[in-house]
Design a protein around this ligand. Sequence first.
Ligand SMILES: C[S@@+](CC[C@H](N)C(=O)[O-])C[C@H]1O[C@@H](n2cnc3c(N)ncnc32)[C@H](O)[C@@H]1O
Length: 282
Amino acid sequence: MPTETTSTAAPWFDTNLEERLTPSVISFFSTYCHLEREALYKHLHFIHQRAWDIRPYPCIGQWGFLAPKIQDSPAYATVLQRVKNGDTILDFGCCMGQDLRFLAANGAPSDNMYGADIEPAFWELGYDLFQDRSTFRGRYLESDILGDTTALATSSLRQQLQGKVDVAYAGAIFHLWDLDTQFNALAGLVELTKKDSIVVACQLGSVEVETKPAWREGLKPRLFHNADSIKKLWDRVSETTSTGWRVESRIVDLDVLLPNEKDRSWMDKTNRGLFFEATRVA
Ligand SMILES: C[S@@+](CC[C@H](N)C(=O)[O-])C[C@H]1O[C@@H](n2cnc3c(N)ncnc32)[C@H](O)[C@@H]1O
């Protein structure tokens, strides 16, 4: 499994935008920010390079921000309906806030939306990408969830949102970490929730539980879950936080998350997509 590189020769840095402009991508940008196909090319190439310069994640190199993954989650309809009904959503590891914009484009008000990320420059770039600085009312909280729960206790995330989050979404972030970091991050998110809240995630998983090399220096080797091991992680989180959760998890073929063959070609054959939805019952 490859690790971080800033080189644009990386197999996950794709300069071909044409094939990414599917009818649903065109419709998203046209509905949400009234950018039509002709205007998109220059604009999106510019954003792509700037985002890569902030942090060269494969999802950026592969234009993942054009087709927000939240729509692929089995919980998407529930999430959309809950936010439309006034629930507060936190997108953790929100990057440019594309998943929140996708919900907004599909009728959810942005008033109760929060995005949290370690890289504020991504959030700023999101306003450029979606051209909605004066209309999008979602708020951004800079947050580094790495470290122990004590670090989180002093973060603005906990100060502002403890017990207030109805829907927590985490897209393509837990797979960057080792098991203990995933545990700390989940336990931290649980602090922000209340009864009936849901935590929804999509990430890379594996047929069998697998350890992969660290994504970058300073991080520990990553743990890729299967559908059972993610439930075990939730058992540990429930016990430690004295909360109860009903967890549904699903492993899917990679093409569900990454329909473009190019985006899967550099990945290990055992990689899969993993979705989970946890509902707080106590
Ligand atoms: C691989 S990107 C996924 C972005 C987006 N959620 C998606 O589904 O495409 C991971 C995101 O998590 C953020 N991130 C990484 N480590 C973090 C940390 N320790 N605390 C908060 N955010 C972090 C990165 O800045 C980046 O925006």
